[in-house]
Design a protein around this ligand. Structure first.
Ligand SMILES: [Mg+2]
Length: 392
């Protein structure tokens, strides 16, 4: 069996262009689907997939690890820059899908699963609708409470919010109190049996992140995400030591060695590797094995498209320490037209039972994808109160 083509299909989904990767074999009707979505870098990733495909055409698609090593190590530059690691991920996920189809088994079974009966999912406030999730002002506590209630009414037992505003490297009490009031309002709205997550989007400096973490600690967050830059390993470790709240990070960390440094420093206790950015399921398994030695929880980052979600679920059914799957369901109203999925989300509790179809259990409707061709993503340019540049 040989790989004969590696194609990219770009599907514009408002905030993101989903980049689907199709690895085609010389066997009639046998191909695999991957995803390499990287917002604001769509053209770069599509080009990187094309560059990598030169290494892979004519190769046996079932030699996944061998091909991964080729993609990561050949052509001199190692594959851990974000564009190339995302391109590698898209191809790697598609290779696992092919292997599952060849074996007639779901990917989670190829990896020794399933290790659990169901996977729990969580949503973004507003189901991932850009205006609700990213643009609710941190001082609008009432709106946070409404959206929190809505998530619970939709059956979710956990949700994520962006209740921490952008701040200068040092600010006084005002933003801290705003975040605190937003979280207090959500807790008041949903009670203590629902898990609330707050994503800081790595906006705060380590000092501000520490202040936010201390202020939010009494509200019993399920985790506090990216309270400062992932590059500030010491800052993350200082915050993690100072509060009981589990600290989550890893969505922008693209390789095993960088996770080793995070873990060894005690910089988190929830590993948010992104399967579509860290080199795919092959590297994700290595990162998970390393995390297992520390007994860290796995909660992969997944605000992207439906192939990414399917990959995260298959991973979740194969990893003992996987605790929850991130999902968005209201980013675009036609999400379900693009994909046929092998799993069902139970509305009560929003849990997922194992997929029983081969591979990732999905099929992409290429016609539906063509109805939403590439458009430039909406620019997100963040400037702070004094006009200086901030993080999105
Ligand atoms: Mg995040």
């Amino acid at each position: 069996m040989k790989i004969v083509a590696i194609e990219t299909l770009v599907c514009h989904a408002r905030m993101r262009n989903w980049v689907f990767v199709k690895v085609v074999t010389d066997q009639p009707g046998l191909w695999g689907w991957g995803e390499a979505t990287l917002e604001w870098h769509t053209r770069g990733v599509v080009g990187a997939v094309e560059d990598l495909s030169q290494l892979l055409i004519g190769e046996d698609p079932t030699r996944i690890e061998h091909l991964w090593q080729m993609m990561h190590r050949q052509h001199f530059w190692h594959g851990h820059g974000i564009v190339r690691s995302t391109a590698i991920a898209g191809i790697d996920i598609a290779l696992w899908d092919i292997l599952g189809k060849v074996a007639g088994l779901p990917v989670s079974k190829l990896m020794g699963g399933p290790v659990r009966d169901h996977v729990r999912t969580y949503c973004h406030l507003g189901g991932g609708r850009m205006e609700d999730f990213y643009e609710t002002a941190a001082d609008d506590a009432k709106r946070f409470a409404e959206l929190a209630r809505q998530a619970v009414e939709e059956g979710f037992t956990a949700f994520k919010s962006m209740a921490v505003p952008s701040t200068l490297p040092l600010e006084g009490l005002r933003p801290i109190r705003a975040a605190e009031q937003a979280v207090a309002a959500m807790r008041e709205a949903v009670g203590e049996s629902i898990d609330i997550m707050v994503d800081c989007h790595a906006r705060p400096s380590p000092a501000m992140g520490l202040s936010f973490a201390k202020a939010l600690e009494p509200y019993g967050l399920y985790f506090l995400e990216e309270p400062c830059w992932p590059e500030s390993v010491d800052g993350l470790a200082r915050i993690a030591r100072a509060v009981a709240t589990p600290i989550a990070t890893g969505e922008r960390v693209t390789n095993l060695a960088a996770f080793r440094d995070l873990f060894a420093a005690g910089a988190c206790s929830v590993c948010q590797l992104d399967i579509t950015h860290c080199g795919g399921l092959s590297e994700a398994r290595r990162i998970a094995a390393l995390a297992e030695a520390y007994r860290f929880a796995l909660a992969p980052h997944n605000p992207q498209g439906p192939v990414s979600t399917a990959a995260s679920l298959e991973f979740g059914f194969s990893q003992p320490s996987y605790v929850i799957c991130e999902t968005v369901h209201e980013d675009v109203p036609w999400r379900s037209e693009v994909v046929r999925e092998g799993y069902v989300v139970e509305r009560q509790g929003r849990i997922v039972r194992p997929n029983t179809r081969p591979g990732l259990g999905i099929e992409i409707d290429e016609e539906a994808v063509r109805r939403h061709p590439f458009e430039q993503e909406i620019l997100q340019r963040v400037f702070l109160s004094d006009g200086s540049v901030g993080d999105w």
